[in-house]
Each structure stands twice: as structure tokens, then as C-alpha cells.
Design a protein around this ligand. Structure first.
Ligand code: PXG
Length: 289
């Protein structure tokens, strides 16, 4: 495996960064998880744009232009000879001292790109559906650490994942500070009721997921009524269908929430249709390499 670090490729065993990197010491940095399908990088522009937005928000200077970074992502996938890949693009604050002051990180950021394979959930769950649970840890407050920033600090989500695992579930619903459904630990959530599609708006504790946007776009084009609207747990419980979206997870059906069976307890019709349409989009859309 070839891993890109600051302009050079390294083998997995020798791909190392400093223990003084503030990405490690403080989670000070930003990242993107990107996929390629059939030798096309899916929504690459959207991922690069979001990475730069996250960096802008935390005042992190990315030492490459968007065009340069786009090229390096593609080069890394090609170097790894992968037709279908999961790409982790990471920019840390770089090497500093043991204090958290980012001004001490004088060398500039560290850019790391890893292209590999990933399976977030076991394959059988894509046909059977997930059983998920609402957890006590609420999503970060936007006025504290805005969930729109894809930072290297994922403890908020990891705590929720631990709580889900403790409850014997694979995934967690995280609420926002008002008690509305925000999202899952690495996925956005959708429900279907009477043929209408609903997903929480991005304003409170919900990342504006790129897969989420792709589903909204597919819905619009397919004349499926879709709404960005606040969702309560009650509305999830009484929904006809529920599914999660994310780059790593793609589209995965949910059949049980907090012990309540959703719909008929099997992946719903609209969910299955959207999974199919999403798959069709991934193989024909994207930056070719
Ligand atoms: N919410 C959160 C909190 C995320 O981290 C999504 C939603 C979905 O967004 P996209 O743009 O991917 O549709 C994410 C992204 C993992 C993993 O290993 C998960 C994500 C990213 C990287 C790794 O679970 N999810």
C-alpha cells in the first residue's frame, strides 16, 4: 500500500508522522472520507470543498490548492491500483510543542492520504437492515464545536458508538441539544412516511453529508417528495421506513429503533429503490482516473 505524506509516497510500514503532530496530541486537524467506484472518484469536488471549509473554520492553512490536492488524491488511488477505493484525506495542524497553541506548529500542516478498502457494516446487514438505538451522548453543540467541521476529534461520535455497542447495537441515533434527531455516529438519517422522505436540517447537530445531498438530489430528479425537516424520536418510531447514508456506509436500511420495529421489519420499498439509484449514480458519476 502506498500512503501519501507531504509530497512523498511511503509503504504502510514506513508511513509515519511525528508524535508532536497536533493532529495526534489534540485532534487538531480536519479530514474527509471519500470513495471511488469503477475508477471514478465520487463527489470529489464536494469533498475537497468541504475539507477547505472545515479548514477555513478552524483557521488551518492547507498548503496545497484545491486543484493540487485533487490531483494528489487521484495520484494516490492510481499508485494503489484500486478500481474501487476508500480514501482518507487528512490535514493536521502539523508538528508543534506540547502546548496546544497552534501558532507553535511552524512547519505547516501534514497532509496524509490513505487509499484502501473499507466495509463499515457486515454485508448481510444491507439486506436484513440495522437495529439501532438512541444514546445518551448528544451531538456537539454548534456553538461549541460545529458538527459541520469534520475535525480529527471524533470523541463525541465515538462515545455514542460505545453506548450503542453496550446496548448490543451496531449504530447510534444521536440527538441534538433540543432533543431532536441529529444523525448517527458517521451517517445521516432519513425516514419515510406516507411516501415522503424526511431528513434533519443541517442547522443544529447534523453534518451536511455528501451522500445525504446525493439522495436528496436523486429524490428531486425522481419526483419523490423530500424534506429537510426536524425529526423527533416519535416520528422515527412511527415511520414506514428508515435508512442511513454516509460515504463509508453508503445506504443502509434500518429495521429497528429503540426496540420498535420500523414498518414491516424489513428494508422498505423506497429505501431499496434509492439504494439501487444511488449505486447507478456512483458508477457513472465522478472524476475519472
Ligand atoms: N455524519 C457524520 C458525523 C459523519 O462523520 C456523515 C454524517 C456522512 O457524510 P458523508 O459526506 O460521508 O455522506 C459522516 C461521514 C467511519 C467514517 O469510519 C464515517 C464518516 C466519515 C469517515 C469515516 O465510520 N462519515
Amino acid at each position: 500500500m502506498k500512503i501519501y505524506i507531504n509530497g512523498k509516497f511511503y509503504e504502510k510500514e514506513s508511513a509515519k508522522i511525528s508524535v508532536f503532530d497536533h493532529g495526534l496530541l489534540y485532534g487538531d486537524g480536519v479530514f474527509e472520507g471519500i470513495r471511488s467506484y469503477n475508477r471514478r472518484v465520487f463527489k470529489l469536488k464536494e469533498h475537497i470543498d468541504r475539507l477547505f471549509e472545515s479548514a477555513q473554520s478552524i483557521m488551518l492553512n492547507i498548503p496545497l490548492t484545491k486543484i493540487q490536492l485533487t490531483k494528489v488524491v487521484v495520484q494516490t488511488i492510481i499508485a494503489n491500483k484500486l478500481n474501487n477505493a476508500y480514501i482518507r484525506l487528512i490535514v493536521t495542524r502539523g508538528e508543534g510543542d506540547l502546548g496546544l497553541d497552534p501558532r507553535k506548529c511552524c512547519k505547516g500542516g501534514t497532509i496524509i492520504i490513505i487509499a484502501d478498502k473499507i466495509a463499515l457494516y457486515p454485508q448481510e446487514l444491507y439486506s436484513k437492515g440495522l437495529s439501532i438505538v438512541t444514546v445518551p451522548t448528544v451531538r456537539n453543540l454548534p456553538e461549541a464545536l460545529n458538527p459541520q467541521i469534520k475535525s480529527l476529534n471524533y470523541l463525541n461520535n465515538i462515545l455514542a458508538k460505545i453506548e450503542a455497542a453496550n446496548a448490543g447495537c451496531d449504530e447510534a441515533i444521536m440527538l441534538d441539544s433540543l432533543g431532536y434527531v441529529a444523525e448517527c455516529t458517521g451517517d445521516n438519517i432519513f425516514v419515510v412516511k406516507n411516501g415522503h422522505l424526511y431528513t434533519p436540517p443541517q442547522c443544529m447537530g447534523t453534518l451536511r453529508g455528501i451522500t445525504r445531498d446525493a439522495i436528496l438530489e436523486i429524490a428531486r430528479k425522481s419526483k419523490i417528495s423530500a424534506h429537510e425537516h426536524v425529526i423527533t424520536r416519535h416520528e422515527v418510531y412511527i415511520s414506514d421506513e428508515c435508512f442511513l447514508t454516509g460515504t463509508a456506509a453508503e445506504i443502509i436500511p434500518v429495521v429497528k429503533v429503540d426496540g420498535r420495529v420500523i414498518g414491516h421489519g424489513i428494508p422498505g420499498k423506497l429505501t431499496l429503490a434509492l439504494m439501487k439509484k444511488f449505486k447507478q449514480l456512483t458508477v457513472k458519476d465522478g472524476v475519472k482516473y
